[in-house]
Design a protein around this ligand. Sequence first.
Ligand code: ADP
Ligand code: CIR
Length: 345
Amino acid sequence: MRNYIELPNNCKSLMCKYLTPEIYSELKDKQTAYGFTLDRAIKSGILNPDSSIGAYAGDEESYRLFSSLFDPVIDEYHGFGKDDKHISDLDIEHLCIEHPDPEDKFILSTRIRVGRNLTNMPLGSAITKEQRDSVESQVIEALSLLDGELEGDYYPLLNMPKETQDRLISDHFLFKEGDRFLDAAGLNRDWPSGRGIYHNRDKSFLVWVNEEDQLRIISMQKGGNIAEVFGRLATAIKSIEKRLSFSYNDHLGYITSCPTNLGTAMRASVHISLPNLSRDMDMFQSITDAHHLQIRGIDGEHSDSQGSVYDISNRRRLGVTEIDAVLDMYNGVLSLIKAEKSMTL
Ligand code: ADP
Ligand code: CIR
């Protein structure tokens, strides 16, 4: 094994910022109980110098064993120290908000997702094919017990007609294929085996299986009724938790493959049309920064905006509750709508 690491010259990720030669030599020979190593954790950032983070965990232990690297990355992304505690709050009664856009003028759709991984299993970067297939079976069985609005069917990616897959992706329901960041992290091994999507009839409740995390539990609908979307998600999580046990600890909250998703593992987003603000990106970004929001394009992470429509979501996920995370997004959206309206006058 090498005693040094050559980082790409043009590397801008937090991994490159914090992986000093000293930390590399301290961690290079360590292995988690599932056999995960530092070289595997940083491979995505090494092969993709344009990564913003550049590291993935292979299991819960990675965050402890490689903490000299992960702690500063987590602190810079979430503003969360190594001795801080995470608190979860998915109680819909605690979310006191009104509809931010009752006339449906700006918000096209709302989506809230959480990532989850099973206890006693490595994460996707370190999982074997047998373990992944077992996760898929356990998840299918748990989801088959859902009823009422959440009742639906599971569609494995294996043997899914290409047209169906493409339509689900372009309609924003399904994950994309061949993400180069996940590829380099070993998260796309054995593709498409073990992967799939569950959804109810209206596609307002969906579960992605074995993508970046073992489950991505999603609630979404047209328009901007954030409280309704959150309520459906909270109910679904409670039901699924009766059957499956998710990896969680008091420091990092829900354990996820990417350090940006730790804690709540929640991304609450709207697709919002902001033609005036999009002509003044400095003002746009000053509002999103003030509310800890991220701007993505409408085809998801690493995509571009289209026709002044943006994906606006909470950036902080750890050290805030799920209610706080949704409120970051809600308050930011109110400010964006106010600024957009003022520019119309
Ligand atoms: P994730 O949200 O799981 O981090 P992405 O950013 O890649 O992953 O988004 C996944 C999909 O969800 C993409 O197709 C994206 O367009 C869609 N999406 C995200 N937010 C919304 C929203 N508010 N309304 C409709 N679709 C959305
Ligand atoms: C990266 O490092 O850029 C990718 N691994 C994705 C990181 C998480 N996404 C994000 O913060 N937008």
